[in-house]
Ligand binder design. Structure first.
Ligand SMILES: [Mn+2]
Length: 338
């Protein structure tokens, strides 16, 4: 790892956080439940300590996850950042500078502290990275506990607890992925004891579908292709499919779960052309076994975890993206199987 930046212990991290009165907490582009829940959770902690904190994201919060947003934990619009008076920037759930997105240019003094749980990636600020944490939300919980222990806040309020719970539940697929540890469940138990409305949160996260999402899933079932004796599944969604069905990228959020759910599949991929950026394809990859998919993604400039990773690939069309990925993975027959 780059030693230009300092690795912080949890205690040092908390010392540093206390230096901020009006921090901005930035999350990655295309924010997921962990990014949003962790950022809101950290803002909630700052607010509980009498500070003023704001979340920031280059992309809008998806409608599906909007239930985590509310008046108490306000989000800055990217275009208002330059006029906003802040005294520090903390990134959560961001493993690489490139994942900050367009707001990176407006962050004049860069990032002060990086809080993350991804196993690969270059620190771009003094950092606290816990690779054993199933979600950035687990780290936010540890931070909250440290401040309670120090008497900086009385307890974790219900809203902050809900955000942290949602972050963890989101990144663990409702506590069923391989990243879950005994500690994950212990934290969840602590949060439940604080009165977190886990039924509602998990229903919003996993069991609630808009008509658009349902329509997108129908397309995913139709489009799913298989390679390498059925061990690789790929769903490719370009802008023409989205346009002709009146759908956006965010509606395909469950495509990867469908792709990975098929019997015999070891590696699943969803490739989506970006709504605003034709020719740019976002790849999500999952392994059902201990196969390092982050390696393949790293080759294309992305990264992530052993069994869950992503990258962005620029090509003329989506078929070329598929070919590039299959080639990198050493798949010899690039004809989709029936
Ligand atoms: Mn995460």
């Amino acid at each position: 790892m780059n030693n230009k930046y300092k690795r912080l212990s949890l205690s040092e991290l908390c010392d540093r956080l206390l230096q901020f009165q009006r921090p901005v907490v930035v999350m990655h582009t295309r924010p997921d439940g962990d990014a949003i829940g962790s950022a809101y959770g950290l803002c909630g902690i700052f607010m509980a300590m009498g500070r003023d904190a704001r979340c920031l994201c280059s992309d809008p919060i998806p409608k599906r996850l909007a239930f985590l947003n509310n008046e108490k934990l306000p989000c800055l619009e990217p275009e208002t950042l330059s006029g906003y008076d802040y005294d520090g920037v903390i990134s959560v759930d961001i493993g690489a500078w490139g994942q900050i997105g367009s707001v990176a240019e407006d962050l004049s003094s860069g990032i002060d502290i990086m809080i993350d749980h991804h196993s690969k990636g270059e620190p771009f600020a003094d950092y606290y990275i816990n690779k054993d944490a199933a979600a950035a939300g687990e780290i936010i919980y540890d931070i909250a506990c440290e401040f309670v222990r120090r008497g900086r806040m009385e307890k974790i309020d219900k809203l902050t607890a809900a955000c942290i719970y949602a972050a963890i539940s989101s990144d663990t697929g409702c506590f069923k992925y391989s990243n879950v540890t005994a500690k994950t469940h212990q934290i969840a138990a602590d949060l439940l004891a604080l009165g977190v409305p886990f039924v509602e949160i998990n229903r919003f996260l996993f069991d609630s579908k808009s008509r658009e999402l349902l329509n997108a899933e129908r397309i995913v079932y139709e489009k799913l292709r298989f390679y390498s004796g059925g061990s690789i599944s790929i769903c490719a969604i370009d802008n023409s499919i989205k346009r002709s069905n009146n759908l956006l990228d965010e509606h395909f959020s469950t495509a990867i779960d469908i792709a990975r759910s098929v019997e015999g599949v070891k590696i699943s991929m969803v490739i989506r052309e970006m709504d605003q950026n034709p020719g740019s394809f976002r790849v999500s990859m999952r392994a059902n076994e201990d196969i390092d998919v982050s390696d393949v993604c790293a080759h294309f400039g992305g990264g992530g975890h052993l069994r869950a990773a992503g990258c962005t690939i620029e090509r003329d069309n989506i078929e070329e993206v598929i070919l590039a990925l299959l080639e990198r993975m050493g798949v010899t027959s690039v004809v989709a199987e029936q």
